[in-house]
Design a protein around this ligand. Structure first.
Ligand SMILES: Cc1ncc(COP(=O)(O)O)c(C=O)c1O
Length: 511
């Protein structure tokens, strides 16, 4: 079980909305058992204070080291709840958005359009028209996009502010990317990712845009993602980014950016990313496999007894290392960029530095509450225990895609010692392994648990497998809690279905 005190290496200020009071997990001033009783489970719960604090902390960490304005543009995809987004818009934050629908969402909250970065490849003319009309920043991903933008902006008799999303080669980033459970260097991980304009097209695209009457190239954008939690990664990426900016400036006759966007990709404090399975497990199981199979020669009893003993070894997990603090991240990025850009002859005074944190902004703002439905045990042929809950990995899809291992707490007795090894599973018909090989206390039906660090990418990626209605979301502010998205009903689940009349009529004939 998780010691909820988080360890944020080098944190100068650590604000945590979670605490354990009299053994019970609280989020801000709210008792999580009360929340589960009042709103039911499964339930997503978010903290207003944590959202505000995280945003301010990112801003301050970067503003401290940068000579120009700093904009935080939280990635809306990580949390598409309009209530949480409203908090950010009220605080003056911009937004990174991807789809036309995300754009419509953030605009509803009164965000400053000039601080909205519209990402995404294959933008349609209609979408571009909406962008130009709204006055947002268009972050260009495709070569032909610039001609469409010129056409649309000319048609509206206005100028569109655009940036190029670049994708520099980063052979200096040789460590293994966390996006794969295999051993793939970050540089290769970046190159096979579809987003970003390959450098070969940039010199010509820039020269063409600079000659376009209705398009203003205001800056550059780079988002590579959360490949590695370390400061080493950020230092290496910023070096290559600054060099590319210098090269492009020279290719474009001394052009200077007025906006430099570094994207997202910073780890969240209890970073669950790609922690589902230690990498050593691939080697261990590959080496142990012939041995395990060979054990069958010992006869069924001895074979299963040995397997039973090996399960805890194969599923054991070390606690993950703490990622750097937001302050260290800000210091590293700003100092490396300032040094490298100055070497490249790029002025930084007055240049806007922008960042688009998703997981690091939202991750620790949310928890997911679930109730134990039953504890299922098997002793023969191999001992095994499952804690079956009323949630499912299908409500935590973003985490599944990134092989997350979420820290968890049984909220009613958060300090209870772990007494057993069990898989915490969901109630869909899949294996639905939420936490494999978890060390859990003596739990039973009705106990409530919280999966931590579920504020980013989980609620926004939940799906309806097994016709399960997606859970509600609640926003906590001090000792108040309000519903900000209702849970789905069976009518929502089947609401888009259409049974053609001829099929219904056919059924009627047989009844
Ligand atoms: C353009 C862009 N910016 C920011 C983000 C947020 O990334 P993260 O959640 O890793 O911070 C993403 C995520 O995919 C993205 O595509």
């Amino acid at each position: 079980m998780t010691d909820i005190r988080r360890h944020w290496a080098g944190a100068e200020r650590d604000i945590d909305c979670l605490s354990v009071r009299n053994g019970v997990l609280h989020i801000e001033e709210m008792n999580t058992l009360d929340l589960a009783a009042r709103f039911g489970t499964p339930l997503f719960v978010f903290s207003t204070a944590q959202i505000r604090q995280n945003l301010r902390r990112f801003h301050e960490a970067f503003a401290n080291g940068w000579p120009g304005p700093v904009d935080v543009l939280p990635a809306f995809k990580a949390n598409t709840l309009l209530a949480t987004r409203q908090i950010l818009s009220n605080e003056g934050a911009g937004a990174d958005i991807y789809s036309p629908q995300e754009l419509a969402g953030v605009l509803r909250t009164g965000v400053d359009p000039q601080r909205v970065s519209v990402n995404g490849g294959g933008k349609s003319k209609d979408h571009l028209r909406t962008c130009v009309e709204a006055g947002v920043r268009i972050t260009v991903e495709d070569v032909h996009e610039i001609d469409l933008i010129q056409e649309v902006a000319a048609g509206l008799d206005t100028t569109a502010g655009i940036r190029f999303r670049v994708k520099p080669a980063m052979p200096n980033l040789w460590r293994r990317t966390d996006f794969s459970q295999l051993s793939v260097p970050i540089d290769l991980g970046v190159q096979v990712y579809k987003s970003g304009i390959p450098p070969e097209y940039l010199p010509d695209m820039g020269r063409r845009v600079l000659a376009m009457p209705n398009v203003d190239l205001v800056g550059l954008h780079l988002h590579a993602g959360r490949h590695h939690p370390s400061l080493w990664y950020w230092e290496g990426m910023m070096v290559r980014y600054a060099r590319l900016i210098g090269e492009l400036s020279r290719a474009w006759g001394g052009w200077q950016p007025s906006e430099i966007d570094i994207g997202g990709g910073f780890a969240s404090p209890r970073d669950p990313h790609n922690k589902e399975m230690p990498r050593s497990e691939f080697v261990a199981t590959a080496l142990a496999y012939p041995f395990l199979v060979g054990l069958r020669g010992m006869g069924h009893r001895a074979y299963h007894a040995t397997l039973g003993k090996l399960i805890p070894v194969l599923t054991s997990h070390k606690d993950p290392a703490a990622p750097p603090s937001i302050e260290e991240y800000g210091r590293t990025v700003t100092s490396v960029l300032l040094r490298e850009l100055s070497e490249q002859g790029i002025a930084t005074d007055g240049v806007r530095l922008q960042l688009e944190p998703g997981r690091a902004l939202y991750g620790d703002t949310g928890i997911h509450l679930a109730t134990v439905k039953t504890v299922k045990r098997q002793t023969d042929p191999v001992p095994y225990t499952w804690v079956l809950t009323d949630t499912t990995v299908f409500f935590l899809t973003g985490g599944v895609l990134e092989h997350n291992r979420h820290p968890f707490v049984f909220v009613g007795d958060a300090n209870a010692p772990a007494t057993q090894l069990a898989d915490i599973v969901g109630h869909s018909c899949y294996a639905d392994q939420i936490v494999l090989g978890a060390r859990v206390p003596d739990v039973s039906e009705g106990d409530v648990m919280a999966l931590l660090e579920t504020g980013a990418y989980q609620e926004s990626s939940a799906s309806n497998f097994n016709a399960l209605p997606r859970p509600a979301s609640v926003l906590v502010d001090g000792d108040e809690a309000e519903l900000v998205k209702r849970g789905e009903t069976i009518d929502d689940v089947f609401g888009r279905d259409i049974v053609p009349d001829h099929l219904s009529d056919e059924a009627a004939r047989y009844t």
